[in-house]
Design a protein around this ligand. Structure first.
Ligand SMILES: [Zn+2]
Length: 277
C-alpha cells in the first residue's frame, strides 16, 4: 500500500513540477518575444509599454509636486531645445515628451516611460557644453526607449513572485507590488534610495543608443566622452560617498573606453551637424 501511495505521490509531484516548468517556459517564451529597439537584444518584459507609460505619467506628476522647477529661463530653454531635437531623432510618436529642469544642486537626470525627462541643475556643472548635455539626455532617453525600467521591474517581479509574476504584472497600475517595483526601478516616489541598479548591459546599450540619437539630433558624439571623463573626476573627488546617479551610472574606465571605441562609427553613420546647437 505504501509503495502505491509513494508512486502516486511521485506522479503527482512530477505533474506539479512539470506544470510549474511549463508555466515558467511559457512566461519566458512570451517574454522572449520582446526585442530591444536599435540593438535587437532579447528582453524579459512582463508588463506592457502602455502600462509602463501610465506608471511613468503618475511618477512624473509626483516628481513635479515634490521638486521645484528652475526659473533660469536660459537654461530651461536650453534643456527643452536639446530635448526636443533628440525626441525628433528618437521618432517615438506615442510618447508625450516633456523636458523639465529641476532646481536642485544634485548630479541627476532621468527619463520616465512616456517621455517625461528631468534634468537637475546640479548636473549642468558637469554637462557644460550642449554636446555634453545632449549626451546626458540622450543616455537617459535611451534607457526609456530601450524599456530598461520595464526590464528591471520584470526581473524584480520574477524574483519576488516567481511563476505568479506574470499575473501580478497584469494588474500593473493598480497592484501595489507593481507600484513598488516601479519606484525601485526608477528611484522615484517613496522608495528613493533603494534604487534597483542598471545592469552593465543596459548601461552600455544606453551609451550606444544615446550617442546615436544625440548624433542624429546634431550633437557631436565626443560630448559623451568628455562628459564621462568629467563624471569620473567628479566621482573620484567624492571619495566613498558616491552620489546616487553615479551608483547606478558608474563612470568606469571600461565605460570611457567603450564610448571611445564606438564614437567614430556612430559619428560617421549618424552625425548630422547643425550650425546652431
Ligand atoms: Zn544609465
Amino acid at each position: 500500500m505504501n509503495r502505491y501511495l509513494n508512486r502516486l505521490l511521485n506522479v503527482m509531484l512530477d505533474r506539479k513540477l512539470k506544470r510549474a516548468a511549463l508555466l515558467f517556459c511559457l512566461t519566458v517564451l512570451v517574454a522572449a518575444c520582446a526585442h530591444a529597439a536599435y540593438t535587437n537584444r532579447n528582453q524579459l518584459l512582463l508588463i506592457s509599454e502602455g502600462q509602463e507609460m501610465q506608471l511613468g505619467l503618475q511618477a512624473s506628476n509626483d516628481v513635479l509636486k515634490k521638486e521645484k522647477e528652475s526659473h533660469d529661463q536660459m537654461q530651461v530653454e536650453r534643456v527643452k531645445r536639446i530635448g526636443r531635437r533628440i525626441a525628433v531623432a528618437a521618432n517615438k510618436p506615442e510618447y508625450k515628451w516633456e523636458f523639465h529642469l529641476i532646481e536642485k544642486n544634485e548630479v541627476n537626470a532621468f527619463c520616465l516611460p512616456g517621455g517625461k525627462v528631468f534634468v537637475y541643475t546640479g548636473i549642468l556643472n558637469l554637462a557644460t557644453s550642449n554636446d555634453e548635455l545632449a549626451a546626458v539626455m540622450g543616455h537617459e532617453i535611451a534607457h526609456a526607449l530601450e524599456r530598461h525600467g520595464g526590464e528591471r521591474m520584470s526581473t524584480a517581479l520574477m524574483l519576488q513572485f516567481g511563476g505568479q509574476a506574470a499575473s501580478v504584472a497584469l494588474g500593473a497600475g493598480t497592484s501595489p507590488a507593481v507600484g513598488q517595483v516601479f519606484s525601485q526601478a526608477y528611484g522615484v516616489g517613496a522608495q528613493v534610495g533603494v534604487l534597483l541598479p542598471h545592469s552593465r548591459t543596459q548601461e552600455s546599450e544606453a551609451d550606444e543608443v544615446g550617442m546615436i540619437i544625440a548624433a542624429k539630433a546634431g550633437y557631436e558624439p565626443s560630448g559623451a566622452l568628455t562628459l564621462w571623463r568629467k563624471m569620473d573626476a567628479y566621482q573620484k573627488s567624492k571619495g566613498q560617498s558616491t552620489p546616487a546617479f553615479l551608483s547606478t551610472h558608474p563612470a568606469s574606465q571600461q565605460r570611457i573606453a567603450d564610448i571611445q571605441a564606438k564614437m567614430g562609427a556612430i559619428r560617421a553613420q549618424y552625425f548630422q551637424p547643425h550650425y546652431l546647437n
